[in-house]
Design a protein around this ligand. Structure first.
Ligand SMILES: Nc1ncnc2c1ncn2[C@@H]1O[C@H](COP(=O)(O)OP(=O)(O)OP(=O)(O)O)[C@@H](O)[C@H]1O
Ligand SMILES: [Mg+2]
Length: 215
Protein backbone atom coordinates (compact mmCIF):
# COMPACT_ATOMS: atom_id res chain seq x y z
CA UNK A 1 0.00 0.00 0.00
CA UNK A 2 1.24 3.51 -0.83
CA UNK A 3 2.51 5.36 2.25
CA UNK A 4 0.14 8.24 1.66
CA UNK A 5 -2.64 7.24 -0.74
CA UNK A 6 -4.60 10.48 -0.26
CA UNK A 7 -1.46 12.48 -1.07
CA UNK A 8 -0.92 10.48 -4.27
CA UNK A 9 -4.52 11.01 -5.38
CA UNK A 10 -4.35 14.74 -4.67
CA UNK A 11 -1.09 14.97 -6.63
CA UNK A 12 -2.81 13.28 -9.57
CA UNK A 13 -5.78 15.66 -9.36
CA UNK A 14 -3.52 18.70 -9.18
CA UNK A 15 -1.60 17.50 -12.20
CA UNK A 16 -4.80 16.96 -14.21
CA UNK A 17 -6.35 20.23 -13.02
CA UNK A 18 -3.45 22.37 -14.22
CA UNK A 19 -4.84 25.10 -16.45
CA UNK A 20 -8.45 24.65 -15.31
CA UNK A 21 -10.24 27.53 -13.61
CA UNK A 22 -12.42 24.89 -11.97
CA UNK A 23 -11.88 21.13 -12.18
CA UNK A 24 -14.79 18.77 -11.57
CA UNK A 25 -13.86 15.22 -10.52
CA UNK A 26 -16.59 12.60 -10.29
CA UNK A 27 -16.27 9.56 -8.02
CA UNK A 28 -18.80 6.80 -8.53
CA UNK A 29 -19.12 3.24 -7.26
CA UNK A 30 -21.56 0.87 -5.62
CA UNK A 31 -23.39 1.57 -2.35
CA UNK A 32 -20.94 1.31 0.53
CA UNK A 33 -17.84 1.27 -1.69
CA UNK A 34 -16.48 4.31 0.17
CA UNK A 35 -17.16 7.21 -2.23
CA UNK A 36 -18.19 9.68 0.46
CA UNK A 37 -15.27 8.78 2.72
CA UNK A 38 -12.80 9.07 -0.16
CA UNK A 39 -14.22 12.37 -1.45
CA UNK A 40 -14.13 13.90 2.05
CA UNK A 41 -10.50 12.85 2.54
CA UNK A 42 -9.46 14.35 -0.80
CA UNK A 43 -11.27 17.63 -0.16
CA UNK A 44 -9.89 17.88 3.36
CA UNK A 45 -6.33 17.32 2.13
CA UNK A 46 -6.63 19.99 -0.58
CA UNK A 47 -8.10 22.44 1.94
CA UNK A 48 -5.20 21.90 4.35
CA UNK A 49 -2.93 23.40 1.75
CA UNK A 50 -5.41 25.81 0.13
CA UNK A 51 -8.20 26.88 2.48
CA UNK A 52 -11.48 26.81 0.55
CA UNK A 53 -9.69 25.38 -2.50
CA UNK A 54 -11.94 22.33 -2.84
CA UNK A 55 -15.59 21.43 -2.31
CA UNK A 56 -17.42 18.13 -1.79
CA UNK A 57 -20.65 17.76 -3.74
CA UNK A 58 -22.58 14.53 -3.02
CA UNK A 59 -25.25 13.43 -5.50
CA UNK A 60 -27.15 12.27 -2.38
CA UNK A 61 -28.60 15.76 -1.91
CA UNK A 62 -30.78 14.98 -4.93
CA UNK A 63 -32.70 12.18 -3.22
CA UNK A 64 -36.41 12.87 -3.72
CA UNK A 65 -38.23 13.80 -0.51
CA UNK A 66 -39.87 10.90 1.34
CA UNK A 67 -43.29 12.47 0.70
CA UNK A 68 -42.58 12.39 -3.04
CA UNK A 69 -41.37 8.77 -2.89
CA UNK A 70 -44.59 7.87 -1.05
CA UNK A 71 -46.70 9.64 -3.65
CA UNK A 72 -44.86 7.78 -6.43
CA UNK A 73 -45.04 4.49 -4.53
CA UNK A 74 -41.28 3.87 -4.70
CA UNK A 75 -40.11 4.49 -1.14
CA UNK A 76 -39.45 0.78 -0.67
CA UNK A 77 -36.49 1.08 -3.02
CA UNK A 78 -35.11 4.45 -1.96
CA UNK A 79 -31.61 4.73 -3.41
CA UNK A 80 -32.55 3.25 -6.80
CA UNK A 81 -31.80 5.41 -9.81
CA UNK A 82 -35.36 6.69 -10.25
CA UNK A 83 -35.59 7.83 -6.61
CA UNK A 84 -33.28 10.78 -7.37
CA UNK A 85 -33.92 14.08 -9.14
CA UNK A 86 -31.50 13.44 -12.01
CA UNK A 87 -32.44 16.54 -13.98
CA UNK A 88 -31.98 18.74 -10.92
CA UNK A 89 -28.55 17.23 -10.33
CA UNK A 90 -27.48 17.91 -13.92
CA UNK A 91 -28.72 21.50 -13.76
CA UNK A 92 -26.69 22.03 -10.61
CA UNK A 93 -23.54 20.47 -12.10
CA UNK A 94 -23.90 22.76 -15.08
CA UNK A 95 -24.21 25.75 -12.75
CA UNK A 96 -21.16 24.65 -10.77
CA UNK A 97 -19.15 24.66 -14.00
CA UNK A 98 -20.39 28.02 -15.26
CA UNK A 99 -21.05 30.11 -12.18
CA UNK A 100 -17.63 30.69 -10.70
CA UNK A 101 -18.11 34.34 -9.67
CA UNK A 102 -20.58 33.72 -6.82
CA UNK A 103 -21.49 31.04 -4.30
CA UNK A 104 -23.50 28.13 -5.73
CA UNK A 105 -25.63 26.43 -3.06
CA UNK A 106 -26.36 22.71 -3.20
CA UNK A 107 -28.57 20.41 -1.13
CA UNK A 108 -27.06 17.94 1.31
CA UNK A 109 -28.54 14.62 2.46
CA UNK A 110 -28.99 14.11 6.18
CA UNK A 111 -29.05 10.47 7.19
CA UNK A 112 -30.36 11.35 10.70
CA UNK A 113 -33.62 12.56 9.20
CA UNK A 114 -33.36 10.55 5.97
CA UNK A 115 -34.13 13.65 3.87
CA UNK A 116 -32.23 16.18 1.76
CA UNK A 117 -31.69 19.69 3.12
CA UNK A 118 -31.65 22.58 0.63
CA UNK A 119 -28.75 25.00 0.45
CA UNK A 120 -26.51 23.39 3.06
CA UNK A 121 -23.48 23.06 0.79
CA UNK A 122 -21.84 26.29 -0.33
CA UNK A 123 -19.51 26.16 -3.32
CA UNK A 124 -17.55 29.39 -3.21
CA UNK A 125 -15.62 30.94 -6.12
CA UNK A 126 -12.35 29.87 -4.46
CA UNK A 127 -13.27 26.18 -4.77
CA UNK A 128 -11.16 25.18 -7.74
CA UNK A 129 -11.49 21.42 -7.33
CA UNK A 130 -15.03 20.06 -6.98
CA UNK A 131 -15.33 16.43 -5.95
CA UNK A 132 -18.76 15.17 -7.00
CA UNK A 133 -19.67 11.70 -5.78
CA UNK A 134 -22.59 9.35 -6.04
CA UNK A 135 -24.01 6.13 -7.40
CA UNK A 136 -25.20 7.03 -10.87
CA UNK A 137 -22.62 9.42 -12.33
CA UNK A 138 -21.82 7.02 -15.19
CA UNK A 139 -25.21 5.39 -15.66
CA UNK A 140 -26.66 4.84 -19.12
CA UNK A 141 -30.24 5.95 -18.52
CA UNK A 142 -31.42 9.42 -19.47
CA UNK A 143 -30.70 11.96 -18.00
CA UNK A 144 -27.74 10.37 -16.17
CA UNK A 145 -25.89 9.78 -19.44
CA UNK A 146 -25.41 13.57 -19.58
CA UNK A 147 -23.36 13.68 -16.38
CA UNK A 148 -20.09 12.44 -17.90
CA UNK A 149 -19.76 15.49 -20.16
CA UNK A 150 -20.03 17.71 -17.07
CA UNK A 151 -17.10 15.96 -15.36
CA UNK A 152 -13.44 16.61 -16.17
CA UNK A 153 -12.46 13.18 -14.82
CA UNK A 154 -14.37 10.16 -13.53
CA UNK A 155 -13.12 7.55 -11.07
CA UNK A 156 -14.77 4.29 -10.06
CA UNK A 157 -14.37 3.27 -6.41
CA UNK A 158 -14.67 -0.47 -5.80
CA UNK A 159 -14.55 -3.04 -3.02
CA UNK A 160 -15.44 -6.73 -2.83
CA UNK A 161 -19.17 -7.42 -2.45
CA UNK A 162 -18.83 -9.01 1.00
CA UNK A 163 -16.95 -5.97 2.36
CA UNK A 164 -19.56 -3.62 0.95
CA UNK A 165 -22.36 -5.65 2.43
CA UNK A 166 -20.74 -5.68 5.88
CA UNK A 167 -20.29 -1.92 5.76
CA UNK A 168 -23.87 -1.34 4.65
CA UNK A 169 -25.34 -3.61 7.31
CA UNK A 170 -23.29 -1.75 9.94
CA UNK A 171 -24.56 1.58 8.66
CA UNK A 172 -28.21 0.53 8.36
CA UNK A 173 -28.22 -0.85 11.91
CA UNK A 174 -26.56 2.36 13.16
CA UNK A 175 -29.46 4.25 11.64
CA UNK A 176 -32.05 2.18 13.44
CA UNK A 177 -32.78 -0.95 11.35
CA UNK A 178 -32.77 -4.40 12.93
CA UNK A 179 -29.95 -6.70 11.83
CA UNK A 180 -32.43 -8.72 9.79
CA UNK A 181 -33.92 -5.69 8.03
CA UNK A 182 -30.46 -4.20 7.47
CA UNK A 183 -29.17 -7.40 5.87
CA UNK A 184 -32.26 -7.72 3.67
CA UNK A 185 -31.89 -4.09 2.48
CA UNK A 186 -28.13 -4.45 1.85
CA UNK A 187 -28.66 -7.58 -0.24
CA UNK A 188 -31.94 -6.57 -1.89
CA UNK A 189 -32.21 -2.86 -2.70
CA UNK A 190 -28.49 -2.02 -2.36
CA UNK A 191 -27.51 -5.24 -4.14
CA UNK A 192 -29.73 -4.50 -7.17
CA UNK A 193 -28.29 -0.97 -7.39
CA UNK A 194 -24.76 -2.33 -7.13
CA UNK A 195 -25.31 -4.64 -10.10
CA UNK A 196 -26.43 -1.70 -12.25
CA UNK A 197 -23.58 0.54 -11.06
CA UNK A 198 -20.87 -2.06 -11.61
CA UNK A 199 -21.73 -2.14 -15.30
CA UNK A 200 -20.89 1.57 -15.52
CA UNK A 201 -17.28 1.13 -14.35
CA UNK A 202 -16.01 0.78 -17.91
CA UNK A 203 -16.82 4.45 -18.54
CA UNK A 204 -14.47 5.59 -15.76
CA UNK A 205 -10.97 6.94 -16.44
CA UNK A 206 -9.57 5.07 -13.46
CA UNK A 207 -10.53 2.48 -10.88
CA UNK A 208 -9.63 2.94 -7.28
CA UNK A 209 -9.73 0.57 -4.32
CA UNK A 210 -12.29 1.60 -1.71
CA UNK A 211 -10.08 -0.15 0.88
CA UNK A 212 -6.53 1.05 0.15
CA UNK A 213 -7.36 4.00 -2.14
CA UNK A 214 -4.75 2.79 -4.60
CA UNK A 215 -5.41 3.11 -8.32
N1 LIG B 1 -11.20 2.74 3.35
C1 LIG B 1 -12.10 2.36 4.25
N2 LIG B 1 -11.76 1.51 5.24
C2 LIG B 1 -12.67 1.11 6.16
N3 LIG B 1 -13.96 1.52 6.20
C3 LIG B 1 -14.35 2.36 5.24
C4 LIG B 1 -13.45 2.83 4.23
N4 LIG B 1 -14.14 3.64 3.41
C5 LIG B 1 -15.39 3.67 3.89
N5 LIG B 1 -15.53 2.92 5.00
C6 LIG B 1 -16.76 2.71 5.77
O1 LIG B 1 -17.72 2.07 4.95
C7 LIG B 1 -19.01 2.66 5.09
C8 LIG B 1 -19.47 3.15 3.74
O2 LIG B 1 -18.59 4.20 3.31
P1 LIG B 1 -19.14 5.46 2.53
O3 LIG B 1 -20.31 6.04 3.23
O4 LIG B 1 -17.98 6.34 2.27
O5 LIG B 1 -19.60 4.73 1.19
P2 LIG B 1 -20.45 5.29 -0.03
O6 LIG B 1 -19.89 4.68 -1.24
O7 LIG B 1 -20.50 6.76 0.04
O8 LIG B 1 -21.89 4.68 0.27
P3 LIG B 1 -23.33 5.16 -0.31
O9 LIG B 1 -23.36 4.80 -1.74
O10 LIG B 1 -24.31 4.35 0.44
O11 LIG B 1 -23.43 6.62 -0.05
C9 LIG B 1 -18.85 3.78 6.13
O12 LIG B 1 -19.32 3.31 7.36
C10 LIG B 1 -17.37 4.04 6.17
O13 LIG B 1 -16.93 4.47 7.42
MG1 LIG C 1 -22.09 8.07 0.22
Amino acid sequence: MAADPTGSLVARIEHEAAGFERFVLGITGSPGSGKTTLASAIVERIRERTPGGAAHLPMDGFHLANATLDRLGIRDRKGAIDTFDGWGFIALLDRVRRETDHVVYAPSFRREVDEPVAGEIAIAPAARVIVVEGNYLLADADPWNRVRSLLDAAWFCEVAADVREERLVARHTRHGRSLEAATAWARGVDGANARLIEQTARRADARISGVTWEM
